[in-house]
Write a protein that binds this ligand. Structure first.
Ligand SMILES: N[C@@H](CCC(=O)N[C@@H](CS)C(=O)NCC(=O)O)C(=O)O
Length: 262
């Protein structure tokens, strides 16, 4: 049995849920409340020493890192195929996994927290928010959280976040010139790992970022129509998060535009 430790709105969990759905796999859900800090308990840190979701457990195998988990699933359950067939295209798929993990993912945290999630952190007062920040093991991450939670869209980190997404979408548009999906003529793990960030932009009312990028718009439409989309995304959406992102995203969309222009 596959057990997935995850969170309903986590982008990295969405990637893995999408691959699980594409492969038609049954799995058991263990949901962690990331706002309460479930990811920092001793038991969970034994599974995932970085204290993040997702973690996949299958028998004796414990697999961390969403991109690695997706490839593990591809190796264990090769049908339907989600890896290109030639070495150069497999390399292209892996570059997407590396790019979103190393560059895009942190910036999703930047824009989501600056625009919307900071209000959840601050809901119980500044002291509670500070305590939550200090529980994060990584020093650089703590510094980032302080700036984003207390300064919001005025954080010096915010413009770089918006620019990263403009660049990601430009790269996607270029890749989609060569093939219907990001690394092949069919959906691969490259599509699964990029999709959550495009969904997040839409939730934050930043879909205007792909105005003028018709291939991205077409790709997103096709990805949304797959049955796996409902299984990985809409079926898990938290209405409270969506309302918050919509309200704050609408209010701050002009600031994001200004950040991009500046
Ligand atoms: N590189 C990791 C990143 C995982 C990650 O940052 N997960 C986020 C949710 S999307 C998380 O657990 N955040 C909780 C925290 O940082 O305390 C992966 O791809 O699995």
């Amino acid at each position: 049995m596959i057990v997935l430790y995850h969170n309903n709105m986590s982008t990295c969990a969405q990637k893995v849920r999408y691959v699980l759905a594409e492969k038609g796999l049954d799995w058991e859900s263990v949901e962690l409340n990331l706002r309460k800090g479930d990811q920092h308990t001793d038991d969970y840190l034994k599974l995932n020493p970085a204290g993040v979701v997702p973690t996949l457990v299958e028998g004796d195998a414990t697999i961390v890192e969403s991109g690695v988990i997706c490839e593990y699933l591809e190796d264990r359950f090769p049908a339907p195929r989600m890896r290109p067939e030639t070495a150069d295209r497999i390399a292209a798929m892996r570059l997407w996994i590396k790019y979103v993990d190393e560059t895009v993912h942190a910036q999703a945290g930047v824009i989501s927290t600056a625009i919307a999630f900071r209000f959840q952190h601050l809901a119980n007062g500044e002291d509670a928010a500070r305590a939550r920040i200090e529980a994060v093991p990584d020093e650089a991450k703590r510094a980032r959280m302080r700036s984003l939670i207390f300064e919001g869209i005025d954080s010096p980190l915010f413009p770089g976040g918006v620019r990263t997404f403009a660049e990601m979408l430009r790269r996607m548009e270029a890749a989609l010139e060569a093939s219907a999906f990001l690394a092949a003529e069919y959906r691969t793990i490259a599509d699964a790992v990029c999709l959550p960030y495009v969904v997040r932009l839409e939730h934050l009312r930043l879909a205007w970022l792909w105005d003028g990028l018709p291939r991205v718009a077409g790709w997103y439409g096709r990805m949304r129509e797959t049955p796996s989309f409902a299984a990985a995304f809409t079926g898990w959406e938290d209405p409270g998060y969506l309302t918050l992102m919509e309200a704050r995203g609408t209010a701050y969309s002009p600031n994001a535009e200004a950040a991009l222009a500046g």
